[in-house]
Design a protein around this ligand. Structure first.
Ligand code: HAM
Length: 446
């Protein structure tokens, strides 16, 4: 028996079917926010091109073992935060929690890394099943840059200077602080690790549960603990920077010398260890105190062992990634970083059915003749008053009025919406000149 047709539910106040909501921690970026995103993406494209970087696009899904092998089995990301599932073939796949692993995989697989220098960048969504809070989401977006084939520290310095340039361009340079550290070589870390474990074992009673577990698996991460009770012990722990191998020490000193010569301020943070296992030598973070607990907007470092570890030839590498949601929040916090105006220059009101077609064609000609013009054409009919109200709400500076009389005279009425000036009537050539001046003026304003 055919069932009765289902009634459609209402989005608001409907009681038949409930509206479906987005997944927790995964956000829509709404039209009032996209100008910030576009501003960041535009500035990044521009600056990365200026430093000779090429864009690479990787899949959002990779084999689970890629992340386990690169980020590390005993990291928060791999242990607790990955979106892992079996596909229909029974393969274990994971939504990428970060971009470096996939970028290295793509570089090896496509022969981009052997015996050559590559400067690559990518942009896209990443997924981590963390507890959502301000600045921490389950789907978030990174722009990352990775350089292969250079041992640094010159390129480490260049990467950091490039991010500094980006903050200046975005108008947030005075809100972020650079922290740097060196993790030395794997051998130096192994020696240091023993010393640290010895020290921490001597204070075993004072360690929290998480740290006791990490003592066996990943003791360096204990230094990253946010638990206030742990801070006195962490504060007196031996520091890796004091136990660096001589080459790593020289590498770090040369990096610092370039930053100082360039006048870029930094803080040496000897407890900066990063949450991913692939790092060695240079590590850095750009942090802000304007966003609350989630204050790292950009982070990275050197990972000279990863390419070989993932099956490629030994290739030095360094990179970083920035969190776009956090950068947008930072830009929203300051007037200086307001994105360029994207309101239309003009709103074309069409008065009467007879001019609807003429109006659409006029709008096409205006867009042909005035490059950069943002023109909104009224659709859907209605009276003058209603159309002017829409014109006002659109943020346009001018309303263009086309009625039967104007059309017959080959003219268009021009009403100033933001200035107290008389209405005018212009032929199409004069109108184009006026609109071109408006477009130039608004472009010069930014
Ligand atoms: P990461 O520190 O895990 O490093 O992430 C880099 C940045 O992504 C963070 O500083 C933060 O701005 C943003 N981010 C991370 N998790 C979240 C989240 N749950 N919600 C919002 N934003 C977040 C990496 O991912 C490395 N792959 C960076 C790298 C590239 N190192 C070398 N090359």
């Amino acid at each position: 028996m055919p069932s009765a047709p289902a009634e459609s539910g209402k989005v608001n106040g409907g009681n038949l079917s409930k509206a479906i909501q987005a997944v927790r921690g995964m956000n829509d970026v709404l039209p009032d926010q996209t100008p910030y995103w576009q501003q960041i993406e535009g500035a990044v494209r521009h600056i990365l091109a200026a430093y000779g970087y090429s864009e690479i696009r990787m899949p959002v899904v990779e084999r689970t073992e890629l992340f386990a092998r690169s980020i590390g089995e005993v990291t928060d990301i791999v242990e607790k935060e990955m979106y892992t599932f079996e596909d229909r073939n029974g393969d274990s796949l994971t939504l990428r929690p970060e971009g470096t692993a996939g970028c290295v995989r793509a570089g090896i697989e496509n022969g981009l890394l052997y015996n050559q220098v590559q400067r690559l960048w990518y942009l896209g969504p990443m997924f981590r099943h963390e507890r959502p809070q301000k600045g921490r989401y389950r789907q978030f977006h990174q722009i990352g840059a990775e350089v292969f084939g250079l041992e640094g520290p010159d390129v480490d310095a260049e990467l950091i200077l490039m991010t500094g340039r980006l903050w200046r361009q975005l108008g947030i340079a005075d809100l972020v602080e650079l922290q740097i550290n060196s993790l030395g070589t794997a051998a130096a870390r192994a020696v240091y690790r023993d010393r640290l474990v010895e020290y921490l074992k001597a204070h075993h009673a004072a360690l929290d549960e998480d740290s006791r577990r990490r003592l066996e698996t990943n003791p360096l991460r204990i230094l990253d603990s946010k638990n206030p009770d742990m801070q006195p012990i962490i504060g007196r722990a031996p520091l890796l920077i004091d136990h660096l191998d001589p080459e790593s020490r020289a590498h770090f000193d040369r990096l610092v010398a370039v930053l100082e010569a360039a006048g870029l301020r930094y803080t040496l943070n000897p407890r900066l260890v990063r949450g991913l296992d692939y790092y060695g030598r240079t590590v850095f973070e750009w942090v802000t105190d304007a966003l609350g607990a989630q204050g790292t907007v950009c982070a990275g470092g050197r990972y000279d062992g990863l390419v070989e570890h993932l099956g490629g030839r030994a290739t030095p590498a360094v990179g970083f990634a920035m969190g776009l949601e956090r950068l947008v929040a930072l830009m929203e916090s300051t007037e200086r970083a307001r994105p360029a105006d994207v309101a239309p220059h003009a709103y074309l009101a069409l008065l009467g059915d007879s001019v609807q077609q003429d109006g659409l064609l006029l709008a096409e000609r205006l867009r042909d003749r005035v490059p950069g013009l943002r023109l909104l054409t009224h659709c859907g009919g209605g009276g003058l008053k209603a159309q002017l109200k829409r014109a006002d709400r659109s943020g346009a500076s001018l309303a263009l009025l086309l009625g039967g009389d104007e059309a017959a005279r080959g003219e268009v009425g021009l009403k100033h919406l933001r200035a107290n000036r008389d209405q005018e009537s212009l032929g199409e050539d004069a109108l184009c000149r006026r609109l071109a001046a408006l477009v130039d003026g608004s472009a010069a304003g930014h």
